[in-house]
Write a protein that binds this ligand. Structure first.
Ligand code: AMP
Length: 223
């Protein structure tokens, strides 16, 4: 099973991907996380990607397809995986099908209106220690600015600045939104409302996965 979480920046794909991984056992594969790690590690790829990411542009398709191909060929992805942030355009979607043909798939778009997205992204903070994601407006840790999981300090993603957010939303509309039609035609598309609490949204996603929309629930649900 391949679960593709689709939706604009800030819709909650990363958070929901983590919950799907926990509940259904499919590893989350996030291209944004893989790229941010490469940037932090100062690898040659990371150094090249950093400028593009900080401007809100997409990283080269071949590079990203290569990263995903490497990740999903690992043994833990044999039964399936959850994609967060990939594919971002039709070329990447086709690349995915070529790399891993014939796999059952379900695409779930998390729908959130633009004003709410901007609001969420501007108040998003990330733990510089463990990468846990917080939101100053919706969830404050017990001690301000300190991660509850590891005690690390908060930082703001470089691309969560207002002008970069606007560019990321523009790129989403121009390139990624076309995937809705693409997957509708394939008959694998489902949409869920992204409003409400994290648990509310996860309830909608889990219901889809459990009710056999993609038959993803098959005996994989953990208590
Ligand atoms: P995200 O964490 O998914 O919002 O991604 C952060 C940034 O990483 C994006 O704005 C892009 O610059 C880059 N990126 C992530 N996924 C992809 C992808 N599938 N294709 C191209 N660039 C990507």
């Amino acid at each position: 099973m391949r679960i593709i979480l689709l939706g604009p920046p800030g819709c909650g794909k990363g958070t929901q991907g983590d919950l799907v991984e926990k509940r259904f056992g499919y590893p989350k594969v996030s291209t944004g996380d893989i790229l941010r790690r490469a940037v932090a590690d100062r690898t040659p790829l990371g150094i090249r990607a950093e400028t593009l990411m900080n401007k809100g542009f997409l990283v080269n398709d071949e590079i990203v397809i290569g990263l995903v191909g490497e990740r999903i060929s690992r043994p833990d992805c044999r039964e399936g995986y959850v994609l967060d942030g990939f594919p971002r355009n039709i070329f990447q979607a086709q690349g995915l099908e070529e790399m891993d043909p014939g796999r059952r798939e379900i695409v779930i778009e998390i729908k959130v209106d633009e004003a709410a997205l901007i609001n969420r992204l501007e108040s998003r903070r990330v733990c510089s220690g463990c990468g846990a994601v917080y939101n100053l407006k919706f969830y404050r840790p017990a001690q301000d600015g300190v991660c509850e999981a590891c005690g690390g300090v908060f930082s703001r993603r470089e691309d969560d600045r207002a002008e970069v957010i606007a560019e990321r939303l523009r790129v989403y509309k121009e390139q990624t939104e076309k995937l809705v039609d693409y997957y509708l035609k394939k008959g694998v598309y489902h949409g869920v409302g992204g409003e409400g609490t994290v648990e509310d949204v996860f309830g909608r996603i889990a219901a889809l996965l459990n009710d056999g929309a993609g038959k993803a629930g098959e005996n994989r649900a953990r208590p």
